[in-house]
Design a protein around this ligand. Structure first.
Ligand SMILES: [Zn+2]
Length: 304
C-alpha cells in the first residue's frame, strides 16, 4: 500500500495577492490522516474551506473556493504543488482571501514543501483510478480522462497570436517530472488584456515578476524558462484544479484549449460519474474487471 502523507513540520512564507496586490502570509501545517487539504483564514476566526469541488466558487482568471462567508482565491498552483509532492493532508493558513502568487509558478511552493519535508502516515492513500472514459466538450474546448496505469497529462493550446499559436505536450506526472518540467512554468497573459484587468480592479498585484506578458512583438519578460512554458503552465493549472476531486487520479487527462472553468466543471463531473472510476489503495492494484462491483469505502474527503 501507499501511505497518506503530510508535512514533517510547519513552514511559512510571505507574498502578494495577484488581484488585490496586498501582502499575504501563508503557513503550511501538518494534518492528521483523512484530513485532506483545507484552507484556513486566520484573519476571520480560523474558518476553514476544504479544497474540494463541493466548495468551488468564483472561477474567473483563477480557481476560488468558498464555504459560508469564507473564501480563498488562486488556489491552483499551491494545490498542484501539494498533490504532486504527495501531500494528502495539510492545513493551509492564510491571513487574506488570496494565496500569494509568488513568481506565477509552483516552484516556490515546491521549495517550501521540500524545506518542511514530507512524512508517511499510518493509513493507506486512496487513488481514484479511471476505468471508463469521462469527457466534456464546450465548443472547441475539450477535456477528458481515459484509463491508464499512470497519471499522465496531454495538453494542447492554440491562440491567434504571432508568438503563440499552437503548443502541445504529453507528460507522465511523477514527483520528479512535476518538479523539473512543470512547476517552474509561469502563468501568462497578453499585454492587450492587462489594461482591461486593471480597469476591472483585477491583477493589481500582477507584474513581470509574477507573469509572462506577451506583447505583439515579443515577451516583455527577459526570457522564457522553457520554449513551451505556456502549455506547461496549462498542465500545472489542470493538475491543481483536478486536485479538487480529493484523491490522486490514475488516468490519462487530455485537454485542448481548456481553462479553469472547464477544468473545475470536469472535476465535479468526475465525482458524479461513479461508474467511471474506483478507489484503489495502490496505483497498480489489481482492479476488478468491469461490471464487478468493488467495495468503495466512504471517504471523509468526499463527504466534506
Ligand atoms: Zn495558473
Amino acid at each position: 500500500m501507499d501511505a497518506q502523507r503530510t508535512l514533517r513540520r510547519q513552514i511559512s512564507c510571505v507574498g502578494i495577492g495577484l488581484h488585490s496586490g496586498n501582502k499575504v502570509n501563508l503557513t503550511l501545517k501538518p494534518a492528521p490522516v483523512d484530513f485532506g487539504i483545507r484552507f484556513r483564514r486566520t484573519d476571520i476566526g480560523a474558518l476553514e474551506v476544504p479544497a474540494t469541488v463541493h466548495h468551488l466558487a468564483g472561477i474567473q482568471l483563477a480557481t476560488g473556493l468558498a464555504r459560508n462567508e469564507v473564501s480563498v482565491e488562486t488556489v491552483e498552483h499551491l494545490l498542484a504543488a501539494l498533490v504532486s509532492m504527495g501531500v494528502d493532508n495539510v492545513i493551509v493558513e492564510l491571513n487574506s482571501p488570496e494565496v500569494p502568487i509568488m513568481d506565477g509558478s509552483a516552484a516556490p511552493f515546491i521549495y517550501l514543501i521540500q524545506e518542511a519535508g514530507v512524512k508517511r502516515q499510518a493509513d493507506p492513500r486512496q487513488y481514484l483510478k479511471i476505468v471508463r472514459p469521462i469527457a466534456i466538450s464546450r465548443g472547441d474546448k475539450r477535456i477528458a480522462l481515459y484509463p491508464s496505469d499512470h497519471f499522465k497529462v496531454t495538453y494542447s493550446i492554440s491562440y491567434d497570436h504571432p508568438l503563440l499559436r499552437h503548443q502541445s505536450r504529453t507528460l507522465r506526472i511523477t514527483e520528479d517530472s512535476f518538479v523539473e518540467e512543470i512547476a517552474p512554468a509561469r502563468t501568462f497573459t497578453f499585454l492587450k488584456d492587462v489594461e482591461m484587468l486593471r480597469q476591472n480592479g483585477l491583477a493589481l498585484g500582477g507584474s513581470l515578476e509574477n507573469a509572462i506578458v506577451l506583447g505583439e512583438t515579443g515577451v516583455l519578460n527577459n526570457a522564457l524558462r522553457f520554449e513551451d512554458e505556456f502549455v506547461r503552465h496549462k498542465i500545472l493549472d489542470a493538475i491543481g484544479d483536478l486536485a479538487l476531486v480529493g484523491h490522486p487520479v490514475i488516468g490519462h487527462l487530455v485537454a485542448h484549449r481548456a481553462g479553469h472553468a472547464l477544468h473545475t466543471e470536469f472535476a465535479a463531473k468526475i465525482l458524479e460519474e461513479t461508474q467511471a472510476w474506483r478507489l484503489v489503495e495502490a496505483p497498480l492494484d489489481a482492479v476488478a474487471p468491469l461490471g464487478v462491483p468493488l467495495a468503495v469505502k466512504d471517504s471523509p474527503r468526499l463527504a466534506n
